[in-house]
Design a protein around this ligand. Structure first.
Ligand SMILES: NC(=O)c1ccc[n+]([C@@H]2O[C@H](COP(=O)([O-])OP(=O)(O)OC[C@H]3O[C@@H](n4cnc5c(N)ncnc54)[C@H](OP(=O)(O)O)[C@@H]3O)[C@@H](O)[C@H]2O)c1
Length: 220
C-alpha cells in the first residue's frame, strides 16, 4: 500500500479514529460508480486491498451497524462483533436468527410490523425502538454509545448511508474505488432522496490501482 495523502505510518495508525465516539461508514465502488457487481452484491466488485481495509475497520470497531436490505442481500452471518440491524419493518434477517443473546440487536420503530416476533427472537433488551414511523439515527448512535459501543462501523447499504449522512450522524465515509468499469444498472453507494453533504479528503492510499480514501464529514 502506498500512502498518497496522510502520514506514512502503518495502516492501523492511518485508519485510527481521531476521537470517540466515532461513526464511520465503509463502502466500495467501481470507477463508474457501481456499488454492486454482476452478483447483485458488493462481493463481485471488492478485491484484496478493499478486504484488508474492511477487516481492519472491523478490528477497530466495537459494533457493526447494517441496513436490513444489505443483511438480506449479502446473507450476513453472526460475527464476533455485535451486529445492529436497522429496519423499518422490524424483521430479523433469517441468517442472523438463533445467535447468542446480544450478538444481534435490532433498531426499528414503533410501527414495525414484525416487532413482536423480533422481541421473541432477540430478547426485549436487544431491541431499540427509536421513533414512531422512522428510525431516529441520532438516537441510535446515542443508544449505542450508552451501551459502551463508542467505535461504530456502518457497512451500508446505500439507503442507510444516505440517511445517516442526511441526519448528520456520520463522522467519516471510507470509500474504496476499485479499478474497474462495469456499466449496466447498479446502485451507487448512496440511494434515496437528494442530500448534499460536504466531505473533506483526509487520507488516500493506493494499491495496484485501487484507491482507498477516508473522507471526513465537513462539520463546517
Ligand atoms: N458497495 C458497497 O460497499 C455496499 C455496501 C452495502 C451494501 N451494498 C449493496 O447494496 C444493496 C442493498 O442496498 P439497499 O439500499 O437496499 O441497502 P440498505 O440501506 O442496507 O437496505 C435498505 C433497507 O434497510 C432498512 N433501512 C435502511 N435505512 C433505514 C433507515 N434509515 N431506517 C430504517 N430502516 C432502514 C430498511 O429495511 P426494511 O425493509 O427491513 O424496513 C430498508 O428497506 C445490496 O445489493 C448490497 O450488496 C453495497
Amino acid at each position: 500500500m502506498r500512502v498518497l495523502l496522510g502520514p506514512d505510518v502503518p495502516l492501523e495508525e492511518l485508519y485510527a479514529a481521531p476521537a470517540e465516539p466515532w461513526l464511520r461508514l465503509n463502502m466500495v465502488a467501481t470507477v463508474d460508480g457501481a456499488a454492486t457487481g454482476p452478483s447483485g452484491t458488493s462481493r463481485s466488485i471488492n478485491n484484496e486491498p478493499d478486504q484488508e481495509v474492511f477487516r481492519l475497520l472491523r478490528a477497530q470497531a466495537d459494533v457493526i451497524v447494517v441496513g436490513a436490505g444489505t443483511l438480506r442481500a449479502e446473507g450476513y452471518r453472526p460475527n464476533p462483533l455485535p451486529i445492529v440491524t436497522v429496519s423499518r419493518s422490524g424483521s430479523v434477517p433469517p441468517t442472523l436468527r438463533g445467535c447468542p443473546p446480544g450478538q444481534v440487536l435490532l433498531a426499528t420503530c414503533e410501527r414495525a410490523a414484525a416487532l413482536e416476533e423480533s422481541r421473541d427472537l432477540l430478547g426485549d433488551e436487544h431491541i431499540l425502538v427509536l421513533g414512531s414511523h422512522r428510525v431516529d439515527l441520532a438516537a441510535l448512535r446515542e443508544a449505542l454509545v450508552e451501551r459502551g459501543f463508542r467505535r461504530i462501523l456502518c457497512e451500508g447499504g446505500p439507503h442507510l448511508l444516505r440517511d445517516l449522512l442526511d441526519q448528520g450522524v456520520a463522522d467519516e465515509v471510507c470509500v474504496t474505488t476499485v479499478p474497474r468499469v462495469i456499466g449496466g444498472l447498479h446502485p451507487r453507494i448512496s440511494n434515496g432522496p437528494p442530500v448534499d453533504v460536504p466531505l473533506r479528503l483526509h487520507t488516500l492510499v493506493e494499491h495496484d490501482g485501487t484507491l482507498l480514501a477516508r473522507w471526513f464529514v465537513d462539520q463546517g
